[in-house]
Design a protein around this ligand. Structure first.
Ligand SMILES: NC(=O)C1=CN([C@@H]2O[C@H](COP(=O)(O)OP(=O)(O)OC[C@H]3O[C@@H](n4cnc5c(N)ncnc54)[C@H](OP(=O)(O)O)[C@@H]3O)[C@@H](O)[C@H]2O)C=CC1
Ligand SMILES: N[C@@H](CC=O)C(=O)O
Ligand code: NA
Length: 814
């Protein structure tokens, strides 16, 4: 035998009622069906009564609406030949309600007792109409006004049930009434037969009372969600229903936010070990959640994650508390006198301070009460004045199996820490059912998502990506991410979600992720103009876990925001060399900030594109090697130019060709003037541990001054054409000696310089082709034959691939 309950949203409209009756009809075990008032009616009844109490005559309009809704529902649901008698019965009830309201209006008085009577009409209308419709639908059904069987005390609006009498009344009634009972939720009556209501969660309570009295095999609570969720789906989109949970887990989860069920309503069912099923009226084929007394064996330590969005934290501390008995009794006693409920308590074993959470609106009174209670101690400086902190949230993980599993707290704290979320207080009871942390309110959603990721989606790691710069490198990167998405998901469970994109004109944000097959159109059509300040602000405000910022520009404006981005606990990947080759202090500061905020700052593509240059150097240094000399060809552009330039081509044409091939900087003057190479060698010196500045790098430039000084890229090419003969002469001279030209950067004895050199066959840099870079590290461990890194050092594909590889490194770290 089963008892079922359908809440207000399940019986909101005639169409939904038909659906409910269909569900009930399909269930041969259903014995009692408890229904709430039609969705919204309870509130409307209360408002109407309150208006009448104030003497506001428009309460009559509200009454008319209530009247209309029920008569229309009856007309729509009940078959023609029985309609008039059912409508007449509804009208009788309406008349009774109208008279009551008139009484309130005349007396200007609304007692709790009358309010309960008024509110009871909601369930009485709905269950009567539903029972009549059920008959039409072919069910042997009857209306049960539960005031007949649920006996309570006279604590109106929140009456306590007398179980001894109620159980007996229910058992007798059901024994005498073989038909399916459509029973009013929420209401009962006292010993004198006066109407009462059962308080919050009333209809759930009713079904639980029936289930327990009848020793039902199951209690089904039909609502508008798929069950008890792993987290609040409005805050965590990936939340999913928990298949099974214990009563205690359900209580913990519903205590904090996930309000599918109101905990006290479970007590009668819990006492008799009756399973409670949470089912979705709008998705009846879904199994829902089962709440019973077996802890699950699915190996999951954590069942759900919940939060209380807004709390205040109060701290009482002082030397006068250490080892003194009775301090907490006085403290919490003072609060109890004013009915201030304490949400969370922590006290360290030093007993030096007690910290506890209350509702923010109750905090000022709590502070006052404690300061009064401990006035003497405060005066003697044995206890400090109470400190209250506001704008905090509690986030908790819940699960019975936590007590058998070590490392759960570690995982919780690590995932919060990695996302830059500071924990103000921690509480875990010895039942180990719940670990609660107090954090800043603004971090609540981020924490919920990070924890949900860690405990439920650990198979798939979502990395939230924000990209500025979608030119050559940026667009190639997006293409590569799109092509590799499935593979990374399948093989490594990494999901790169592109949350934002921007170029210099437009920005586009989509917290659900941007579909990479249409990013160009979406960005082009985006109504949002780009400015870095608002881009970063939006990124900070979204406050997503596992966030990575990618800078694919060559802009100093963009890199000037790195500091702020790292401080927001967002990792950075960039091929943009400006930050790493700007002031040394800034370079070091960014590295320190990344460490401090437990995020990652990667810029491997700053030198040699995807070639493992920086990581190799870091490995050498970290493992204790001494770098004696670095000699390198660090410009893909210059390498390509001197590998391609021969007597058949003009120098300026080869440079244009390098630009077309995507080797040059957005501004090719930077390559030709060697300033790009200077940046790279400077970065390498810094990675070796030398605090060098760009002015310390000596450049022996080789392009004519007219080219160097050209004010624009166009004019630079004009000047370059004028100098073609000069470059041809340079090349021919080298060729005569059997040599080739190489722009070589060198770092030795703390000095860095760059020069164009003609090198012969014996030189290790003679054999280069395409856009090859070569880097030779002579070190204490590689003294004779240097460690060489060689390969294509520029170009869209290799650079984007290097950026992508850095992103994957971060994903593996986070
Ligand atoms: N080419 C290569 O082989 C290598 C390149 N790199 C580095 O990669 C970076 C990108 O180069 P590349 O793709 O060729 O450059 P592009 O000029 O092709 O693209 C630059 C992108 O950045 C955008 N942008 C520029 N300034 C801003 C700004 N202030 N705010 C927002 N967006 C901005 C541009 O927008 P818009 O289109 O609107 O102007 C464009 O989308 C450079 O730092 C370069 O040094 C590093 C290693 C190798
Ligand atoms: N313009 C650069 C690109 C890589 O940093 C080069 O030519 O090497
Ligand atoms: Na590199």
């Amino acid at each position: 035998m089963k008892v079922l309950k359908f809440g207000g949203s399940s019986v909101q409209t005639p169409e939904r009622i038909r659906n409910v009756v269909k569900i009930v009809k399909a269930d041969k075990q259903a014995r009692v069906v408890v229904c709430s008032a039609f969705g919204g009616i309870t509130d409307q009844l209360i408002n109407t009564a309150k208006m009448a109490e104030k003497g506001d005559e428009t309460y009559k309009n509200l009454f008319k609406e209530i009247e209309k809704r029920h008569i229309e529902a009856a007309k729509e649901l009940i078959e023609i030949k029985r309609q008039s008698s059912v409508v007449a019965q509804v009208k009788n009830l309406l008349n009774e309600l109208e008279e009551l309201l008139e009484g309130i209006f005349l007396l200007r008085e609304l007692s709790k007792r009358t309010l309960d009577n008024i509110v009871s009409f909601g369930e009485r209308f709905s269950c009567y109409i539903i029972s009549e419709y059920a008959k039409d639908a072919g069910l042997q059904a009857e209306y049960l006004d539960t005031r007949k069987v649920i006996r309570t005390n006279s604590n109106f609006t929140n009456a306590a049930v007398d179980f001894e009498i109620t159980d007996k009344l229910i058992q007798e009634y059901i024994a005498q009434h073989p038909a399916l009972q459509i029973a009013t939720g929420f209401i009962g009556s006292n010993a004198e037969g006066v109407t009462t209501t059962l308080g919050r969660g009333g209809s759930d309570y009713t079904v639980s009372i029936f289930g327990a009295a009848l020793q039902a095999s199951e209690i089904e609570i039909w609502t508008d969600v798929d069950g008890v969720m792993t987290a609040d789906p409005r805050k965590v989109a990936q939340a999913f229903p928990v298949p099974t949970l214990t009563y205690e887990e359900a209580m913990e989860l519903s205590h904090f936010g996930a309000k599918v069920i109101y905990p006290p309503t479970m007590v009668p069912a819990l006492k008799k070990n009756i399973p409670i099923l949470i089912r979705n009226t709008f998705n009846p084929d879904f199994k829902g959640s089962i709440i019973y007394n077996q802890s699950s064996s699915d190996g999951k330590a954590v069942k759900g994650i919940t939060s209380i969005s807004n709390i205040a934290l109060l701290r009482v501390q002082g030397s006068g508390m250490v080892g003194v008995a009775g301090v907490s009794a006085r403290l919490f006693g003072a609060l109890a006198k004013e009915s201030i409920s304490v949400i969370l308590i922590t006290q360290a074993s030093s007993e030096h301070s007690i910290c506890f959470a209350v509702k923010p609106e109750e905090a000022p009174l709590a502070v006052k009460l404690i300061n009064e209670e401990f006035a003497t101690e405060i005066q003697r400086s044995e206890i400090d004045k109470v400190v209250a902190e506001y704008d905090l949230s509690i986030v908790a993980i819940v699960g019975e199996n936590m007590k058998k599993t070590s490392g759960v707290a570690g995982k919780m704290f690590q995932s919060l820490g990695k996302n830059g979320i500071n924990i103000t207080a921690i509480a875990q009871g010895s039942s180990e059912l719940n670990i609660s942390v107090v954090i800043k309110k603004e971090d609540e959603v981020k924490a919920l998502r990070a924890l949900h990721q860690a405990f439920f989606l650990s198979d798939i790691k979502v990395i939230n990506v924000f990209i500025v710069g979608v030119g050559l490198i940026g667009s190639t990167l997006l293409k590569q991410i799109q092509e590799q998405k499935k593979y990374l998901l399948k093989e490594y469970s990494i999901d790169f979600k592109i949350i934002a994109l921007a170029n210099s004109k437009k920005k586009l944000f989509d917290a659900n992720g941007i579909d990479l097959t249409v990013w160009k159109e979406r960005l082009f059509n985006s109504p949002e103009n780009m400015d870095m300040e608002s881009f970063v602000r939006e990124m900070e405000q979204l406050n997503l876990p596992n966030s990575v910022f990618i800078d694919n520009t060559a802009s100093s404006l963009v890199s000037s925001f790195y500091e702020r981005i790292l401080k927001a606990s967002i990792s950075i990947v960039t091929p943009n060399k400006i930050a790493s080759s700007g002031g040394y202090h800034q370079y070091q500061n960014l590295k320190d900030l990344a460490k401090k905020h437990d995020v990652v700052y990667l810029y491997e593509t700053n030198v040699g594109a995807a070639l493992p240059v920086i990581s190799t150097l870091q490995d050498l240094v970290n493992s204790g090697d001494k770098i004696l000399k670095i000699e390198a060809v660090l410009s893909g552009t210059l390498s390509y130019i001197f590998n391609t330039f021969d007597s058949t081509k003009k120098f300026s044409e080869v440079v244009k060709d390098a630009k077309l091939k995507g080797y040059t900087e957005p501004d090719p003057r930077e390559d030709l003037s060697c300033s790009d190479v200077a940046r790279k060698i400077l970065i390498l010196t810094r990675e070796c541990g030398y605090p060098m500045e760009s002015s310390d790098v000596v450049i022996h430039g080789f392009i004519p001054e007219s080219c160097q000084k050209a004010p624009s890229v166009e004019e630079f090419f004009v000047e370059l054409e004028k100098s073609d003969a000069y470059f041809e002469q340079m090349r021919a001279n080298a060729e005569k000696e059997g040599k080739v030209l190489r722009c070589i950067a060198k770092f030795e004895n703390g000095r860095a310089d760059i020069a164009l050199q003609a090198v012969g066959r014996e030189h290790p840099f003679y054999q280069l082709s395409g856009s090859d870079n070569i880097i030779a590290f002579t070190t204490a461990r590689y003294p004779e034959r240097p460690l060489l890194v060689k390969g294509a050092g520029a170009g869209a594909e290799v650079t984007a691939a290097g950026v992508f590889a850095d992103m994957i490194r971060i994903a593996n770290y986070l």
